[in-house]
Write a protein that binds this ligand. Structure first.
Ligand SMILES: Cc1cc2nc3c(=O)[nH]c(=O)nc-3n(C[C@H](O)[C@H](O)[C@H](O)COP(=O)(O)O)c2cc1C
Length: 431
């Protein structure tokens, strides 16, 4: 009989009731040998990736790594656990897989742990939120008596009282835990990145979504100096901070919005996080010399503003810097109302208005308001052919939003703003 069939029969017998196959739980415990000794960073990456798949597949458990050996407890719906085991068996990071226990389960041993890591504490890993620290005695016992693995791992599972006061395991790091991710980044990830040769870093970059996730967690957490440190390190390895706008800063802003959307942080957290990003960018940009532009070159006069009332000004700040970096001299303002914007635009000739909404939140319900702002701005402008370019999360995610608000163009990233403005001005000239 196939393993999965045996498992479901046993479970049904144990529960005494017929259950749908998808509800049947099992637990599998195995040990294996790592092909090479994993660095803190590699372990961090492995656990991060495991957690996101496990969350999607309702799998929970614990992975213990010690002395080049993995010991893992996996639990969840039978089919999902076996499917994952098939992936794990073919993973080249380890070998010599020995199944130590494989049985049906009536309930989970590890609650909502999407996959915590248990390891002898090197400093960085030791303080990482998802890490459990076993005693040296337990680790020695494990090495000498691998058959005791299931019992030893179960002893590391969450105690009922502790569990009640825990944060969800995939929540962003907050409060005292804010410094935890700082620790892993500062003591493990950053030195690792710094130690790599620049060309090697380019060949094997830290994947965009993972670094945006890490940066967003740092910004939501209490220790934002680590966020600046991370940005500075990436800047050192990848050049000017603006090279990171599209590949890190803008994805991080969206990630902050996603955390809020998933109820993992407050609106204030997002606003403060974006403010910290803004501060870090200003700081790092100050270290770069601005270019000098040959005289006589036509540079459009651009007014950059966030939509009046928009607390998230990051897009305006990025656009302003991106245009400044190529020698344009935009005026960046933060008008509090449509009237204040009208006064601004009526007072001076502008070729283009760059108007933005939040890079983090979609702000779908703000579109009528933006429509009104644009109509009033056009009406007040000295330039009857004023070009209006919009930016913000909603405009990059919904292609129809631009026409709905009556704008001429959308700038999907700060780095394309100049190009979009020039194109739109040329189109109007040609009309
Ligand atoms: C020791 C060890 C434990 C792992 N544990 C998990 C896990 O709990 N969840 C998970 O999704 N992947 C885990 N992985 C990674 C999987 O082997 C695999 O790379 C990943 O699930 C992607 O599977 P796929 O390539 O079949 O899509 C683990 C890898 C190793 C080496």
């Amino acid at each position: 009989m196939a393993q999965a069939d045996r498992t479901s029969d046993a479970l049904q017998a144990a529960s005494g009731a017929a259950q749908p196959a998808s509800m049947k739980l099992c637990s599998v415990v195995y040990r294996s040998r790592a092909m090479v000794n994993l660095s803190d960073y590699e372990l961090y990456e492995l656990v991060q990736a495991a957690q996101s798949r496990n969350a999607a597949e309702s799998i929970t458990g614990l992975m213990l790594y010690d002395d080049g050996r993995f010991y893992q407890w996996l639990e969840g719906p039978v089919e999902n656990v076996y499917r994952l085991m098939r992936s794990i068996r073919t993973d080249r990071r380890h070998t010599d897989i020995e199944i130590l226990s494989d049985k049906p389960a009536l309930q989970r041993q590890f609650g909502d742990w999407k996959m915590r890591l248990a390891t002898r504490g090197t400093r960085s890993i030791h303080s990482f939120n998802n890490v459990v620290v076993p005693s040296t005695a337990a680790l020695n016992d494990l090495r000498q008596h691998p058959e005791r693995t299931p019992g030893l791992l179960a002893e590391l599972s969450p105690a009922p009282i502790a569990k009640a006061c825990e944060e969800p395991s995939n929540s962003p790091l907050k409060g005292p835990a804010g410094s935890i991710l700082k620790d892993i980044l500062v003591t493990a990830v950053l030195p690792e990145l710094l130690s790599r040769h620049p060309t090697e870093t380019r060949k094997n970059p830290w994947p965009i979504d993972q670094r945006a996730r890490a940066l967003a967690d740092l910004l939501i957490g209490s220790d934002t100096s680590a966020a600046i440190e991370l940005l500075r390190t990436l800047q050192d390895s990848e050049g000017a901070i603006r090279h990171l706008y599209e590949s890190l800063i803008e994805p991080t802003a969206r990630r902050l919005g996603d955390l809020w959307g998933a109820d993992l942080c407050s609106e204030l957290d997002v606003t403060l996080g974006l403010g910290q990003l803004h501060r870090a960018i200003r700081l790092l940009n100050e270290e770069i010399e601005q270019p000098t532009i040959p005289k006589g070159l036509f540079l459009p006069a651009v007014l950059i503003v966030p939509e009046p009332g928009e607390a998230h000004m990051l897009n305006s700040v990025l656009d302003s810097d991106a245009l400044g970096s190529i020698g344009w001299d935009p005026l960046t303002e933060f008008p509090a109302s449509d009237e204040a914007l009208q006064d601004l635009i009526a007072g001076t000739w502008f070729d283009a208005l760059d108007l933005s909404l939040s890079p983090a939140f979609r702000r779908e319900n703000w579109l009528p308001r933006v429509t009104k702002t644009i109509a009033l701005a056009r009406h007040a402008s000295r330039n009857p052919a004023l070009v209006v370019v919009v930016g913000g999360r909603i405009f990059t995610e919904d292609a129809s939003a631009r026409t709905r608000v009556g704008a001429d163009g959308v700038s999907p990233t700060a780095l394309s703003t100049a190009h979009v403005i020039r194109d739109e001005i040329n189109k109007k000239k040609a009309d």
